[in-house]
Design a protein around this ligand. Structure first.
Ligand SMILES: CCCCCCCC/C=C\C=C\CC(=O)SCCNC(=O)CCNC(=O)[C@H](O)C(C)(C)COP(=O)(O)OP(=O)(O)OC[C@H]1O[C@@H](n2cnc3c(N)ncnc32)[C@H](O)[C@@H]1OP(=O)(O)O
Length: 188
């Protein structure tokens, strides 16, 4: 699921909740759809932050759903709706942003990362390719050679490398959610 709260007066905070790594289960995807709708329809909300509970952004597809019947909202339109949002959306990345989790962050307008976070598109290690437009959004963001390296190796990058490549906009050693809320207030 995803929890919705309003912080700092005008920031809608969406917190992914699916232990242990806030993977994109059907319930989490439905939670994102519902909380995005709520935040977008609230006139007092001027910008949004998406984070994960317990200092982990998102580990991607929920491996516990592999081999089960697909249910819940598909990821591609969900991420497109975030990207198309008229209110700026900031991803607050702690722990990991992997696979669909990084694709979700790439659909946000800005990304703030904790210095200890790891980011990557490990789909290739599962015999897959990033299928929620990560293979389009990442090259647009950082260029084709760097994106191809990440997509074809599946390697995880540190926050420092993600900043240098241009995947994230800011790295913090402190509270990532606080930094993202401050950033969201500044771009609203
Ligand atoms: C047909 C139905 C499919 C449903 C698809 C619906 C749509 C989904 C949308 C998009 C799909 C995109 C594709 C992907 O995202 S592919 C990428 C999937 N993610 C991964 O491959 C990450 C795998 N995990 C790891 O690399 C590591 O576990 C890591 C997150 C780095 C954490 O490492 P570490 O700190 O060493 O801890 P553990 O490996 O021991 O893991 C701790 C516990 O977390 C559980 N875990 C890890 N990843 C997932 C996950 N993706 N989903 C659910 N659970 C996950 C792991 O099993 C451990 O659990 P436990 O402590 O109970 O053993």
């Amino acid at each position: 699921m995803a929890q919705y709260t309003r912080v700092a007066g005008s920031v809608g905070l969406i917190t992914l909740q699916n232990p242990p790594v806030n993977a994109l289960s059907a319930m989490v995807r439905q939670g994102i759809v519902d909380t995005m709708e709520r935040a977008l329809s609230a006139p007092e909300v001027k910008s949004l932050v998406i984070c994960g509970q317990k200092e982990t952004f998102c580990g991607g597809a929920d491996i516990r759903e592999f081999g089960t019947k697909m249910s819940g909202p598909p990821l591609i339109p969900l991420i497109h709706a975030i990207e198309a949002s008229t209110k700026p959306v900031v991803a607050a990345i702690e722990g990991v942003a992997l696979g669909g989790g990084l694709e979700l962050a790439l659909g946000c307008h800005y990304r703030i990362s904790h210095s200890k976070a790891k980011l990557g598109l490990p789909e290739v290690t599962l015999g897959l390719l990033p299928a929620a437009a990560g293979s389009q959004r990442l090259p647009r963001l950082i260029g084709v050679p760097a994106a191809l390296d990440l997509i074809t190796t599946g390697r995880h990058v540190t926050a420092a490398e993600a900043l240098q490549l241009g995947i994230v906009d800011q790295v913090t050693d402190h509270s990532t959610v606080d930094a993202a809320v401050k950033f969201a207030l500044s771009v609203a």
